[in-house]
Structures are given as structure tokens and as C-alpha cells.
Design a protein around this ligand. Structure first.
Ligand code: MTE
Ligand code: CO
Length: 417
């Protein structure tokens, strides 16, 4: 920040800023002892290299952790925790902060004990080791994974106070892996083979039916995330990547692929992950995750602490159908909308980062964001969703989220649509 002489900028900021100015630092002045006096960290030598062979975040970031909601599930073995999206920026989720969803706990599998079987309607049933898989051509792709239950608690109204809890069943990492079509080609899929069953090697034996068209299109078997091996909680040593589709289909600890001529109708595609409609019928096979967005800061866990003046409003947007060319943001509960500034890479079926840089006058705000995806689809309000889907749904809630910001900067989860 350029040094300014004259009156204190802090005093100036306190009095409010004219639109267009963006002065955010205090003037250099006597009494800034953090600058004028030698501090402890500069008076002694610091820790040497190798202090931490696998690096850890600063102790001052100890709050940036996955968190769960105690009343949501009966037991942590079949439970979920949430990515602290309110504290992150950019589009990549650090590996240690990716939310976890397990139905039978984390399977601990040594790479030497890992096997993947392909059978059913194939010419050559095969069993692969992890080293076999790594000999197929490798690809790198950034994709979001959103649990279909993300925001499920918010169907009937505002409930959980924090973006971490309302929208944190999502992560976005760069996967390194092999194309499922290459692996399937090795086994030789027969012409009647229109479906694929993917089964996990964990105690839950999680299994899902995937149409062959999707399997042959962009699905991957991944063994790396953000450059390093998958974490055990993300399916080490290998998981299925099903771009843009509900997280439940991304089978972890992948052990079996069966080719068949019809869907299997497993538990996770009948009693779970289907959406009960007002007339008593249920939507089956709601695979692709529709466009959605959320303001991550300010938000209940990330209140405004600096008072009026320059304020960075930021959030995430994503679509299972493509990219996000545009996000609108309102600060007055939808009366007026401004187009946010997209920043960072725009990848297909990946999270996108948006910003709206405003000069906050210190009065209360009702913040919302509205995503537009590359197909032209616009994120609906919760009322628009409920008009079609009723109030019995849990899964696939992509409605617009509202945060109420008070004059003191505190933020609360509310609903106005
Ligand atoms: N795969 C297996 N084998 N076991 C599981 O419990 N949970 C599914 C899916 N794959 C699950 C699984 C669900 S519901 C989701 S949302 C994602 O994994 C969560 O992936 P993550 O734990 O990497 O966030
Ligand atoms: Co899930």
C-alpha cells in the first residue's frame, strides 16, 4: 500500500468513503510499534527446515477445520462433516479440508492389497492392481464433488448458521487418474452392456448404477488429488470420479465394476438420493447437480469486523452442466442485482470464484448470489424450487441462499424467498 502523508486514513475511513475510493490502510504514524519496534520473531532465529516434514497450517489458522453437526447423524461411522468454505479462497479445496461422507467409516487399504475387478457383460473379465491402473494414460482434471444432500437441511427454511454447514458438503480438487473408458476397453464392453455398477471396498459396500454413456464420456479412476495420493477418507488408493454428478456416485475405495444391461436399483438410488414430490411420486436418477452458488464471506462464520468502507463480498458457484460465466449478487434482498467479477480459472464442472467489491455504508444488508451456467440455466429461488418439488425433498436443493448482515457486521442465515 502506497504511503500517504497528512491526516490519518483510519480517521478518514471511519467517516465513510466516497464511492470509487479504495483506501484500506492506516497512515504511517508514530505508535505503530509492530513496525517501529523489533518483534520476537525477528529477535531470534526461527525453526530450521525439516521442522515439519509434512507441512502444517499456521497455528493461527487452527479454526479452519472440517466440522460436523452433532444432531444430524446417529453415529460418526455413517456420517458427514463439512468443508470450511467460509474461510477458503480461490477454487481449490486443500486436501485436509475436503468434507468427508462415509457410510461405513474409512477403509484402510494398503496399495499392495488393492484390487479392482471388471466383470459382467465384458469379453475379458479382469482384475487390476493399483500399479496396473497407473499404466493407462493419465489425465488431470479439476472437478467439484457435491453431495446431493448439500443444503438439504435448508429445504423448509433457514436452519444452519454458517456457509460451512449450509453449503460445505462440497470440495473441488485436481484429480490425476485414468479414463474409465480406457480401462473398460481393456475388458471389452459387450454391445448389450448399457449400465455399469460401481462398488466400494469399504464396510458399507456402497454401490451405484451408472449409465454406460456417462462411464465412457468423462468418468475417471483417480489416485491423486491436488498432486498427492488420495487421502484415506477420500478413497485411497483409488476412487471413481463422476464429473458434475451427485457425490454419492463417486465410489471410494473402488473394488468392482460390473457391466450389465439394466440399472441395479441399489438402496442409494431408490430409498436414498431420490426426491419425494408433492404427489407422492419420487424423482429417480437425479444425477447432474444443477447450478448453484453461495456467498462464503461475509457469512455467519465470517462476519464483517472492519466497519464501513471497502468490503470484499466473495463466494463460489458451480454447475454439473458446464461452466459459470456469470454470477449476480444483491445486497438488498433481490431488489437490485450487480454482476459479480469472476476470477480464477473457469473449468467445466468445477467451482468458480466470484467477487463483488463494494463500499459498504454500514447499513444492514440482505446478501444473495445467483449463478448462471453455460447452458443458460439460472439458479432458482427456494420458492421456485418448492413450487415444483414441494417440501418433502432433502436432496438436490440448489435454491438461492440469503445472509442477513447487521450494522455491526454480524451475519445470520435467513430466508426471504
Ligand atoms: N463410496 C464408498 N465406498 N462409501 C461411501 O460411504 N459415500 C458417498 C461417495 N462415495 C461413499 C462413497 C457419498 S454420499 C459422497 S457425498 C461422497 O462419496 C463423499 O466423498 P468425500 O468423502 O471424498 O467427500
Ligand atoms: Co453424499
Amino acid at each position: 500500500m502506497k504511503k500517504e502523508s497528512g491526516s490519518s486514513r483510519r480517521g478518514f475511513l471511519g467517516g465513510g468513503l466516497a464511492a470509487g475510493t479504495a483506501l484500506v490502510a492506516g497512515a504511517a504514524q508514530a505508535g505503530e510499534t509492530l513496525i517501529t519496534e523489533r518483534q520476537s520473531w525477528a529477535s531470534n532465529l526461527g525453526a530450521g527446515v525439516d521442522e515439519s516434514p509434512y507441512g502444517q497450517p499456521s497455528e493461527h489458522e487452527a479454526d479452519v477445520i472440517r466440522r460436523s453437526v452433532s444432531w444430524l447423524t446417529a453415529d460418526p461411522i455413517s456420517s458427514v462433516n463439512f468443508t470450511p468454505i467460509h474461510a477458503l479462497d480461490g477454487i481449490i479445496t486443500p486436501n485436509g479440508l475436503c468434507f468427508e461422507r462415509h457410510h461405513g467409516g474409512v477403509a484402510q487399504i494398503a496399495p499392495a492389497d488393492y484390487r479392482l475387478m471388471i466383470h459382467g457383460l465384458v469379453d475379458n473379465p479382469l482384475v487390476f492392481t493399483i500399479d496396473d491402473l497407473k499404466r493407462f494414460p493419465r489425465y488431470n482434471k479439476v472437478y467439484f464433488l457435491e453431495c446431493a444432500a448439500n443444503s438439504g437441511m435448508e429445504w423448509r427454511g433457514a436452519q444452519l448458521n454458517g456457509a460451512q454447514f449450509t453449503h460445505g458438503m462440497i470440495h473441488n480438487v485436481m484429480y490425476t487418474g485414468v479414463m474409465l473408458r480406457d480401462v473398460l476397453a481393456e475388458a471389452g464392453v459387450q454391445t448389450e452392456g448399457k449400465w455399469l455398477l460401481a462398488e466400494g471396498g469399504d464396510a458399507s459396500g456402497m454401490s451405484r448404477s451408472i449409465p454406460m454413456d456417462k462411464a465412457l464420456d468423462d468418468c475417471m479412476i483417480a489416485f491423486k488429488m491436488n498432486g498427492e495420493a488420495l487421502r484415506p477418507e477420500q478413497g485411497y488408493p483409488a476412487r471413481l470420479v463422476v464429473p458434475g454428478w451427485e457425490g454419492n456416485m463417486w465410489i471410494k475405495w473402488l473394488r468392482r465394476l460390473e457391466v450389465g444391461d439394466a440399472a441395479w436399483y441399489q438402496r442409494e438410488e431408490t430409498s436414498k438420493y431420490t426426491d419425494l414430490l408433492p404427489d407422492g411420486r419420487a424423482r429417480e436418477f437425479t444425477w447432474a447437480m444443477d447450478a448453484k452458488s453461495v456467498i462464503t464471506s461475509p457469512s455467519p462464520q465470517a462476519p464483517i469486523t472492519h466497519g464501513a468502507g471497502p468490503l470484499v463480498i466473495t463466494g463460489l458457484a458451480w454447475s454439473g452442466h458446464g461452466t459459470i460465466p456469470r454470477v449476480d449478487v444483491t445486497i438488498d434482498g433481490g431488489i437490485t442485482w450487480a454482476e459479480a467479477r469472476m476470477d480464477g480459472p473457469s473449468f467445466d464442472k468445477s467451482m468458480h470464484r466470484f467477487y463483488l467489491d463494494i463500499n459498504w455504508d454500514g447499513s444492514p444488508m440482505l446478501l444473495q448470489s445467483r449463478a448462471h451456467d453455460s447452458t443458460g440455466y439460472v439458479q432458482p429461488t427456494k420458492d421456485q424450487l418448492r413450487a415444483i418439488r414441494g417440501v418433502e425433498s432433502i436432496y438436490h436443493n440448489n435454491g438461492i441462499q440469503t445472509w442477513s448482515v447487521a450494522a455491526n457486521g454480524e451475519v445470520e442465515n435467513v430466508e426471504i424467498s
